[in-house]
Design a protein around this ligand. Structure first.
Ligand code: ZN
Length: 289
């Protein structure tokens, strides 16, 4: 844990500075101690945790098989990355590419990172502890000082939040002036619990959500073929599951990989100027106004 990294953190209770003494991370103002385990610092507040998850548990149940499979895959980062790249053809500008132009000492935060590692010095923050998570925290109450972060990566996260506008406001608070916010969200994609799933945005809807940001570039992250193939896979799963929720979910996962080669067609049509209107997912490169 570098000193520079600690210096941009703040107490989530009183917003005081944090100090490290004998490996113990503590608020210098209110003396609150933040536990650490396997290189993660735990900032999550129980009451906020309830706010995030209590409303979604019942909804998550009907996607339970998929959730369990996802959780299992996320225990192995290499396996997760292979499956992630095999499942669909990404045609947008990647987070890795976008942050490559930032200076070496930049503070870059990946919110809702899961096990994805975008770059060596990127700070992974998630609500749950995964391999490589440095901050276990809450997107509505980030343990970072105002104007302290150079860039935020937020991939496939906003749609899973009950209050996405609040999360965007909080991200804007921690970003420096003209700081980079890179967002990926699904668009033409069916319900996918993680553990809940609440929103989709058009390009124009996202511009409204990100009204505190200047959008420099946006486009298809995954194209219309991926959208078509995803819906076809889900439709076939419905037909072949004979009313069983569990069979539907297993088929759904199977068809992602069976049909994945078709998504290569997005290299041909995914860059059509009208493709984002029907894309599976969109990306946005934006700067804090
Ligand atoms: Zn404090």
């Amino acid at each position: 844990m570098s000193v520079k990294f600690i210096s941009v953190l703040r107490c989530v209770i009183c917003h005081g500075n944090l100090s490290v003494t004998n490996e113990i991370i503590m608020c210098a103002k209110c003396q609150k101690k933040y536990p650490t385990k396997n290189n993660s610092i735990f900032f999550r507040k129980a009451e906020l945790g309830d706010r995030l998850s209590s409303q979604v548990l019942s909804k998550a149940e009907h996607d339970y098989t998929t959730l369990r499979l996802k959780a299992w895959v996320k225990t192995n980062p290499i396996f997760f990355n292979i499956l992630y790249h095999l499942s669909a053809t990404f045609i947008g500008r990647s987070a890795k590419e976008v942050i490559s132009s930032l200076p070496g000492q930049s503070i870059i935060l990946n919110i809702g990172s899961g096990v994805k590692k975008v770059g060596k010095d990127v700070i992974n923050l998630d609500y749950d502890q995964f391999i490589g998570t440095q901050i276990v925290g809450d997107v509505y109450d980030l343990p970072f000082k105002d104007n302290s972060v150079d860039a935020v990566i937020c991939e496939s996260v906003l749609e899973h939040l009950i209050y996405p506008q609040e999360a965007v406001t909080e991200i804007r608070r921690v970003l420096k002036s003209e700081g980079l916010l890179y967002v990926v969200t699904p668009f033409m994609l069916g319900y996918h619990a993680s553990p809940g799933d609440y929103f989709r945005w058009t390009e124009f809807g996202m511009k409204e959500l990100l009204n505190g940001f200047q959008i420099k570039e946006s486009g298809s992250a995954w194209g219309p073929t991926t959208a078509l193939v995803s819906i076809l896979g889900r439709w076939l799963s419905l037909v072949l599951s004979f009313g069983s929720r569990q069979l539907y979910q297993l088929w759904q996962v199977a068809f992602i990989f069976i049909l994945a080669p078709l998504t290569l067609l997005d290299y041909l049509i995914g860059r059509h100027p009208m493709a984002p209107d029907n894309a599976h997912g969109l990306y946005f490169i934006t700067y804090k106004k």
